[in-house]
Write a protein that binds this ligand. Sequence first.
Ligand code: TPP
Ligand code: MG
Length: 420
Amino acid sequence: MFLQIPRQTSYRLVSSPAAEACFIILYNGLAGVGVPACGVQSLKDVRQDVAVDNRGIHRGTDVTRVATFEIHHTGFIDRDGRPTQALPPFAEDRDTVVAFYRAMVLTRTFDAKAVAMQRTGRLGTFASSLGQEAIAVGVGAAMTAEDVLLPYAREYGAQMLRGVTLTELFLFWGGDERGNDFATPRQDFPVTVPIATHVPHAAGVAMAFKLRGERRAAVCLFGDGATSKGEFYEGLNLAGVWGVPAVFIVCNNAWAISMPRERQTAAETLAQKAIAAGVSSEQVDGNDVVAVHAAMQGALARARAGEGPHLIEAITYRLADHTTADNASRYRDDEVVGAHWQEDPIKRVKAYLVERLDWTKAEEEALIASCTAEVEAAAEQYLAMPPAPVEAIFDFMYAELPADLAVQRGALLKERSGRG
Ligand SMILES: Cc1ncc(C[n+]2csc(CCOP(=O)(O)OP(=O)(O)O)c2C)c(N)n1
Ligand SMILES: [Mg+2]
């Protein structure tokens, strides 16, 4: 079996002209699944070793390597805020890093307020993005206004950067569909609660851009659990075969509700799932906003240049419950969660800012105060809004309401007017 391979995973697929196909996976020159556990240093050795496999079955010696692939993992800033390698130019630009930091702090401030409002009966079930702020911000900041975002549920950091207001976000999480009718960006998709169903949509959106010759990209985010669903494979397959300008981001937060990552898929990395669809892919430190942003910039540039889709697996950790309807302490250790707080994406950007870009205490206090004021103002605006008219449940699904629903709509209005 393979062990966790943090930096770079290297595979060689070897086929056999013999009746039964032979499938060998090697890691850094060492034999993996299905191969005798001796060191395999070269293709020549492979040929000798595969004559008889570890169950004594003859596999043939005349084999040809038909495909190779590698998954690379990139990180730039470690958990203490220290650069681990030469940084991309944007990471040396103070204004850019401060903008990332503010967006991440704003996300977390909104998050805390949303949880508090749910707990006090003023918001619906809410999916926290605690610990995942670097992904949404790194992605959202790389997009242009013309691109289209297809989010899952935890990416309001990206939605905010694209112009969705905090009031709209509160409305949505309060169960009010007006929260999805963004003033801007008009063509972005709303939160997609059904897991992975928006992956084929993203391929379709990107296909439209390609057909029209527009230099735009569809950007689709989803979780690790989504990569175990059919729609994920179908969407990736379409994107790969059509060669469309789409970027897929897997927010690998190690959990799908109570299902740990290792129990829902045997794949060694989630990035490698794209390879079978002919889609290039990579893995990044999802707690490092610089790594996420750099990967996104590259993927978007290639998509716009007509070089097709790309998938980024961003490794992070869900620090909160799955949603406010969950109690994660029933299925995971607080100690493990505590250890993951060391990876906090906000803490590390702050440390980087302080150490490298002279971020001051006064600037920090001003930033916190302005994020808090912004969130509080939006919450008040949301709470002050009169509820949507009840007949709105009929009004946005059809261009022309079917007769049976029109009857129900009329009956509802009559009943309500009767109540005075
Ligand atoms: C089609 C579908 N099946 C089941 C659910 C219930 N459900 C909601 S979130 C979730 C887990 C998703 O896990 P992952 O994709 O890793 O995203 P995360 O919530 O961890 O960010 C499930 C199964 C759903 N929303 N949609
Ligand atoms: Mg998950």
